[in-house]
Each structure stands twice: as C-alpha cells, then as structure tokens.
Design a protein around this ligand. Structure first.
Ligand SMILES: [Zn+2]
Length: 382
C-alpha cells in the first residue's frame, strides 16, 4: 500500500496488504474447444469447426411441389398427387388451415393433407429439430389452394365459348362472362385468366367505339397475368392460350411443345429454329372450329409465317410484303420484331442470303432472335 506524505500506514492497511495475493502463474494450459452440442473436446479451432459442420449442422427445411420449391406465397391451381410433394430436412410441420390451428403434423400426414386440400388458405411452417440443443430452423410458406374440379373448368369453358368466342369481344361481353353463374365458385380463377387474356386482346386492338383509356402497353401486363394463371391449368384450352401468349410476347423458351393449332406450331418452330426440318404446313380444306380469339397483330404474324413457309422460292415481292408489315404503324414493338424475324428466317430457309441481310441486321441484337440471327448475320457477311 503506497502512502502519501504524512498519511502513515495503519494496522488495517497492513492487514489488507497481507490478503492481496496474486496467484502464482502456473504453466500455461493448452486451449481446447468443447462442443456445446455433444461435449466432445477438440485441440484446435479448425477441427472443432469441422466437427460442428459435419455432425451438428441444421439445414433449412423446405418443400418441393412438382420438383420446384414454391415461393413464400404460392397459389395451387391443379390437384397435387402425394408423389409430387417432397420434403427435405423436415422433422415435423405446423399447419394453420383457414385460420384454424396451428396443428402439429407429421411429414406423412402433411403430404396427405396437401393432396386432399382443394379450396383453402394454408399457412405452413416446416420445422427442423434434428439438433436437440440448437434452436430449430423454420421455413414458412403460405398457400392459396384454388383447385377446381374438371366439371367446374368445363363449365367455365362453355361460358367462354358462348360469350367470348362466338361473339365480338367488348368490355361488356367480358363483364357478362365474369358475371355468368358458370364462372363462379371454384372455376373463378380459371375464368379470371381467360378474361384477362380477352381484355389484353381488346386493349391491344383498341377497336373504335370502346373508348379505352387504358394505355396500349397494358396489354402486355394483362397477357402476363393471364399466362401466370392459365399455365397452371391442365386443360388443352389453357395450354393453347398460354402458347399463343408466349408467341405474342416473343417468348420461345417452350419452343417444342405442340398445341395442335398448326399455324401456331409452324410459326413457333420457324422462330425457334429457322433451319428446322420439321416445319409442317397446315392442310387446306380441313374444317376447324374456333376455340379462342386471337389478337389481330399476332394473327397477322401467324399468317405471314405460314404464307412464307408455303413458298418454294424467294423473290423481291416477298421482301416488299415483309418490309411493309415490319414497318407498319399499327403493330406493336414485339410484332415488328417478329415480322423481321419471320422475314429473315423464311428468306434464309429458301437460300436467299441477300434478302435475309436486311431483317437480320434489325434483330441481330434482339433476344430471343439474336440466338440465331447474329450467327446467320456473321455467316452472311464473311
Ligand atoms: Zn459435437
């Protein structure tokens, strides 16, 4: 104890001083790492990390529906078979069905529950508790089940055919389709997809007398919304319309899937792979029944592709026809690109490299046509 000036050390100070002892520094102990989960001891940090990673890793649980993990808020529109549902890293689940619950459900039971649900809101929590001493890892999903029976979908198609196929599309006819009693109930979601498609046609075509205030560009949004809903319905009509929409939006990712609508299959094949050997020309004089409306711009492109595919040689008159269409003020941007692409692909197929040059330069940088156009352009100019 230090003393300051005249303050002298007392007895008590001396006593305290005697009790303050720093322990003798013993030989340094080796550091070790003990596992908080199982108590094993490791001599160094890297071995400890390896152990925890190999033995006590708790993975995120997830569900797969038809081979894909659904988004956090998914809509289920077609029935799921138990074999189409897979779970990983899941110990058990907690479900909240239409607000009732939560209820703890085993993995087997969960598959059953999902495949049996047709109309409900389901909140699903998958829990991974494999590591007893760690906080469980949880993944949450919300599902809206809007599964309709075949009979419901057929009724919607009947109303569609009567109201929107055999008559002109107007805002009124779309309204009466949506108000028809056949489009209510479980089939409502399907009906809304079909209605969005028709509204998209209306906005793209802008017929006089409809006094539309919606901007022209919104047709793409409506087509996109219809595509998003209709792609989930396992019906031939839904499949056909999604293919028409993809064609009209210049989306050729699903190129090879046939629809049975021969003009569309030919044009899609031509634009996906211009040198394809399997272009099938539609037969003349077959009686066919209209099943869905198609916007005039898209229809015009189908006609052009089929008209050019039936030619046996190329000539400047065909260039002229294509040029007029590709620059028409009445077509939208995607149809302009498509006209150039059909022109380029058809001239190229018939061996007229010179005629293909003009349209190729227009689309060489435009996806998805750039996939073949840039290659052809390079071949033609070297
Ligand atoms: Zn351990």
């Amino acid at each position: 104890m230090p003393t300051v000036g005249w303050i002298r050390e007392g007895d008590l100070d001396a006593f305290y001083e005697g009790t303050e002892r720093t322990p003798d520094p013993s030989p340094q102990r080796e550091p070790n790492f003990s596992c908080p989960f199982c108590g094993s001891i490791f001599p160094n940090q890297s071995e400890f990390h390896d152990h925890v990673y190999a033995k006590h890793r708790v993975e995120r649980p997830f569900i797969m529906l038809r081979g894909k993990e659904p988004s956090a808020h998914a809509v289920v529109r077609s029935p799921l078979a138990a074999s189409e549902i897979a779970l990983a890293n899941t110990s058990h689940a907690k479900v909240l069905l239409d607000g009732a619950g939560p209820q703890k459900v085993s993995i087997d039971k969960l598959g059953e529950l999902i495949s049996e649900t047709s109309q409900a809101e389901l909140t699903l929590e998958l829990v991974n508790t494999t590591e007893k001493k760690a906080t469980p890892v949880v993944t949450q999903y919300g599902f809206s089940f809007r599964v309709a029976q075949k009979a419901d979908l057929r009724r919607v198609e009947q109303a569609f055919s009567e109201i929107l196929v055999s008559d002109t599309i107007t805002r009124n006819s779309i309204g009466s389709f949506l108000a028809d009693k056949r489009t209510q109930g479980p089939g409502k979601e399907y009906a809304s997809g079909l209605a969005d498609y028709c509204l998209g046609i209306l906005i793209k075509e802008r017929p006089e007398g409809e006094n539309l205030t919606t901007p022209f560009s919104r047709h793409r949004e409506l087509y996109g919304r219809a595509l998003d809903v209709l792609k989930d319905f396992p019906r031939p009509l839904a499949h056909l319309i999604t293919c028409i929409i993809r064609f009209s939006l210049n989306n050729f990712e699903n190129g090879g899937r046939r629809t049975g609508y021969l003009e569309l299959d030919l044009a899609t094949e031509l634009l996906s792979n211009p040198t394809s050997d399997s272009l099938q020309l539609p037969l003349e004089n077959t009686t066919r029944r209209p099943v869905c409306p198609i916007d005039h711009g898209t229809g015009r492109m189908l006609e052009l592709a089929n008209h050019l595919a039936s030619q046996s040689r190329w000539s400047p008159i065909l260039d002229d026809e294509c040029r007029a269409l590709a620059h028409s003020d009445l077509l939208d941007a995607t149809d302009h690109q498509k006209a150039f692409a059909i022109w380029a692909a058809s001239a190229w197929r018939l061996g007229s490299t010179d005629s293909a040059l003009e349209p190729l330069t227009q689309i060489a940088e435009i996806y998805p046509f750039s996939r073949w156009a840039s290659k052809y352009l390079e071949q033609a100019t070297t």
